[in-house]
Design a protein around this ligand. Sequence first.
Ligand code: G6P
Length: 489
Amino acid sequence: WEGHNGRPIRQRLLVVANRLPVSAVRRGEESWSLEISAGGLVSALLGVKEFEARWIGWAGVNVPDEAGQRALTKALAEKRCIPVFLDEEIVHQYYNGYCNNILWPLFHYLGLPQEDRLATTRSFQSQFAAYKKANQMFADVVNKHYEDGDVVWCHDYHLMFLPECLKNYNRKMKVGWFLHTPFPSSEIHRTLPSRSELLRAVLAADLVGFHTYDYARHFVSACTRILGFEGTPEGVEDQGRLTRVAAFPIGIDSDRFIRALETQDVQNNIKELQDRFAGRKVMLGVDRLDMIKGIPQKILAFEKFLEENQHWRDKVVLLQIAVPTRTDVPEYQKLTSQVHEIVGRINGRFGSLSAVPIHHLDRSLDFYALCALYAVTDVALVTSLRDGMNLVSYEFVACQESKKGVLILSEFAGAAQSLGAGAILVNPWNITEVAASIKQALNMSAEEREKRHLHNFTHVTTHTAQEWAETFVSELNDTVIEAQQRVRK
Ligand code: G6P
């Protein structure tokens, strides 16, 4: 994160994302503590070290007073972060509303919230207006800190208007936009009332990136079908102006995990966990508590496995870490109660006075505790109903050099395209299939585990976050140079 490492600084990079890598917690009128934020975007971007990077985003809190804003700006500056202050109403309409109640479920093929369809449709216009306003607020902060030659890298579905806002300020700004979620089929995207405006705003960027080729293809077809623009092998063209569109699969900073495993703290933690779960196989789920992660489906599949395999009942435990997220959005509140209800029922059904089959934690773990947990796991369960990439699967693989455990991975996660050959791929909606995969994973021979692990480990340690960022930024630089050459001709 420091961006230096004593090596020559290559380029100034302004990373713009809704959420900063640290979230602020107010401790006093002018005192703040900063905690690492959750999510794949943060986890990947923390691995991007070779740029002179500044991060612009929201610190996750409402700070109405100037003294508080000044103090927080100062505290964040030490982490090379620059805050965008959003008031409560904007957060409600833009973040909880348009981003997380409309775009997020739609991009993950979950449609609009079921019970709330009409209400959502009615509040759509005001939420969209707040979305545009918030994007303009981010653009204002970027513009204030921008220097000639900087690369501005905008991230995710929160900031689809940002490329257009930035180019309105300065046509010469090098602007890239990367989506961390899936981009859905054009048939889904075209149901959005603001479908055209969003696409046009993204196309103002010089380079548009996705995790997979499929998402890039969906985006190009949305532009051709909805806007009538031309799709070319390079991207999307309109009246001679090309926006380059391509796939840039993200990775993690695998060395950080591998190094952590060697520390005494993690080694002690590993020993403790091994003692605690001695005689039982450990299965692990680590997710934000989000509908897209398929947590209820995963737990129901585990229940089915216990039902069908009586002799495994006291020999296996499922540890599910569910990190609370977007807790003001009603759909997320409902999910929390639903998961608690299912876990309680299954533990009541299969537990004994001395042990329960599921340990469910509604909180995040610190980095070292998480590494230890990954290292002692026999089977990791990633059952996302849809997921842009899913870096938990990468983190698990990075920590498995000695154990060589099995990864059960949803075919609807972007990671299925990179780790598919090493993982057991499943359709998370089919709990019979997932239950059978759990059995297959627990019974897998050491040779097969080793072969599968090697495939995944090689991928995770070679396709890193750093490589991802370097490829994106160098492609962005090239794209801008090529565009300038085309204009000169
Ligand atoms: C996903 C999104 C990120 C987001 C993260 C956490 O990974 O792609 O943009 O930051 O979830 O969600 P939150 O709403 O807490 O920022």
